[in-house]
Design a protein around this ligand. Structure first.
Ligand code: CTP
Ligand code: MG
Length: 614
């Protein structure tokens, strides 16, 4: 991936403040409003308790230590202890409630998002990077939770402190308070001017970090290809560049940050020094007591914290806005393929399939992928779709499964318009073996059972035997309990196809679709499957897509698809008889290789028999 591509993968990190978005985010807290209200009260109590500390100190000094009254000192000490314990209790309750609520919220949101994603139509997934979808379900949800959880604490507790402190400062002494406020504009300037620089810096760090992640993801997944083409050194160099970027970004952020905090400290100290100086004069003139001056400077120190904390939370609010916007974008995407008003379930079908004037494209303003497709297949017939790569064969299947709706025309099963019946009742009567067979982590048996959860072990084994999968399965010591690994990575591509095949058969569908289902198994296994299929396919409507002509000769009808149209149709012999026909041409070109394959296959079969005889 180039730098530009990495940049493109970056998502907006912050959004301008949007009240509507905030309201919608807060809606998730409604089920937990009692807990959150309790947390708010507890947080406020905690803040108030902390605000008593300087006042207790002042009391101990002015009324205890200075006059030499030990009883006051003792009382203050006990009160101090009690308040600290209460504060610790409040903290305990706060952490407990907020974490529980936060986790509940996270759970709700994740579950809602996942459920929604499960129902979204394939068009949504076309061309969206998997990593990005995953990031929304994990990181973005986390960001929002983080805001509600710790953001809430900060805002409430700091707001309470800020208001409390300002009131206290002015109540204690207006002149000192005004003096202390002299440095506020300086602070404001620091916060307003330097803070954004620091935040940009940290944002760059996060970007650099996600670039490193993207690079890692790609290089690790593709390590086999990298090593095969000796790209290790190139990979190391491009990683080094990203690594350097991260280093620079981090140091840049630190340079900004290192300016802020010392400046804030210096200004704060100047403010306190002014107050101490003026306070000391007032003490000498008997305007105020020593205790008050000390308490005052203590409050003053606490005054700066809420200001910086709240401005920090504000930038968190803006990132949460960006996350929320992304999550809501997904939640607001409606599944395209929806049941029509009053859709009825499709009754058990015989398997007649009709396509009526179908025209289809994947995206508006793209070119048409299917153009005016018309056909009717009678129940129990086997149809073969042949044609060049990209001709539209899989697209026809996609419409039959109703993964997409055509822009024009209708798909009918047993005379029922697919758009007018309930979706699950259609798909549950069709079984599909995909071009790229996909296995889920789990055992071989789990993967076959995927199509029919109530299938018994015998059913599973029968299906596996029918497609000759049992031969390789029995070679494992643990047989059907063998783990296939993530995406079936522990077994070969051909073996994965056999398992998908068994999975489709187990479903016992009226309509069976095989999209290049046997393209990765050897010709001998393929032929054995065909033999087995002969009986298995009986009575089922079957669509077979294959590049190998040997697979399709027995079909009742062959459709030759080219550039989105059916250009020829008929039986193998009929099509061959057409002198200038596309099929005949295709056949002649493939004949040589097919004939060789057949002979090799036959020889293999012979050899096999010999071995068995021996
Ligand atoms: N296509 C697309 N968007 C998709 C899938 C496919 O635009 N999500 C386009 C492809 O670029 C292709 C055309 O649709 O030009 C037909 O694709 P498909 O039906 O998958 O072709 P097949 O005939 O199945 O090709 P193959 O033999 O390679 O499987
Ligand atoms: Mg295809």
């Amino acid at each position: 991936m180039s730098d530009e591509q990495y940049e493109e993968l970056q998502e907006v990190e912050q959004r301008p403040f949007d009240y509507g978005l905030l309201k919608r985010m807060l809606r998730y807290t409604i089920p937990y409003r009692k807990q959150l209200a309790l947390a708010t009260v507890v947080i406020a109590i905690g803040s108030i308790l902390r605000l008593t500390e300087p006042y207790l100190l002042r009391t101990a000094i002015d009324l205890g230590i200075t006059p030499g009254n030990m009883r006051v000192v003792n009382t203050v000490a006990i009160l101090w202890l009690v308040f600290q314990l209460l504060g610790a209790g409040a903290e305990y309750v706060r952490i407990h409630i907020l974490n529980r609520t936060g986790q509940n919220l996270l759970y709700d949101m994740r579950q809602e998002l996942f459920t929604h994603l499960q129902w979204l139509s394939l068009r949504f997934y076309d061309g969206r990077p998997v990593g990005r979808i995953m990031a929304r379900v994990t990181n973005d949800v986390e960001t929002i939770n983080d805001l509600i959880n710790s953001g809430l604490v900060t805002i409430i507790s700091q707001a309470v402190s800020l208001v409390g402190i300002v009131i206290i400062l002015f109540v204690v002494n207006v002149r000192l308070a005004l003096l202390a406020m002299l440095v506020v504009p300086g602070m404001a300037w620091v916060v307003v001017r330097l803070r954004p620089r620091m935040e940009t810096g940290w944002r760059n760090v996060r970007k650099a970090n996600s670039n490193i992640n993207a690079n890692l993801n790609e290089t690790i997944t593709g390590i086999r290809v990298s090593q095969a083409f000796c790209r290790e050194n190139t990979n190391i160099l491009s990683f080094e560049k990203l690594n350097n970027n991260y280093y620079d970004a981090f140091m840049g952020a630190i340079r900004a940050e290192v300016l802020i905090w010392p400046t804030v400290d210096v200004l704060g100290t100047v403010g306190s020094a002014l107050v101490l100086w003026a306070g000391a004069r007032m003490v000498l003139n008997d305007v105020i007591t020593v205790g008050y001056v000390l308490a005052f400077t203590d409050y003053l120190f606490r005054f700066w914290e809420p200001i910086s904390a709240i401005s920090r939370v504000y930038s968190r609010v803006l990132s949460a806005m960006a996350s929320a916007e992304r999550i809501f974008e997904y939640l607001d995407t409606q599944p395209e393929i929806l049941d029509a008003e009053g859709a009825q379930p499709l009754p058990p079908i015989k398997g007649q399939v009709t396509m009526e004037n179908i025209s289809f494209r994947y995206k508006e303003d793209d070119r048409w992928v299917l153009k005016d497709i018309n056909f009717t297949i009678q129940p129990g017939q086997t149809v073969a779709l042949v044609g060049p790569t990209g001709a539209g064969k899989t697209s026809i299947i996609n419409l039959l499964m109703r993964f997409y709706d055509p822009q024009q025309g209708r798909v009918l099963i047993d005379g029922h318009d697919l758009a007018q019946v309930q979706l699950p009742s259609v798909r549950s009567q069709i079984a599909l073996v995909l071009q790229e067979s996909f296995l889920f982590s789990g055992t071989i048996a789990d993967n076959i059972r995927y199509s029919r959860l109530d299938a018994s072990q015998e059913d599973i084994e029968r299906a596996a035997q029918a497609v000759q999968a049992d031969r390789f399965i029995m070679k494992y010591a643990d047989g059907y309990a063998h783990e296939v690994g993530e995406r079936g990575s522990n077994i070969s591509v051909g073996q994965r196809q056999l398992i998908s095949f068994a999975r489709a058969l187990l479903a016992d569908p009226r309509i069976l679709i095989l999209d290049e289902a046997t393209s990765s198994v050897d010709s001998q296994t393929e032929r054995a499957i065909q033999e087995a299929m002969h009986t298995l396919l009986e009575g089922r409507t079957t669509f077979i897509i294959a590049h190998r002509l040997s697979t399709i000769q027995r079909a009742d009808t062959i459709f030759v698809i080219e550039d989105g149209r059916i250009v020829e149709q008929g039986r193998h012999e009929e099509l061959l008889a057409m002198p200038e026909g596309r099929y005949a041409h295709l056949y002649q070109r493939q004949f040589a290789s097919w004939e060789i394959q057949r002979q090799v296959g036959a020889a293999e079969a012979e050899g096999c028999r010999d071995i068995i005889v021996e």
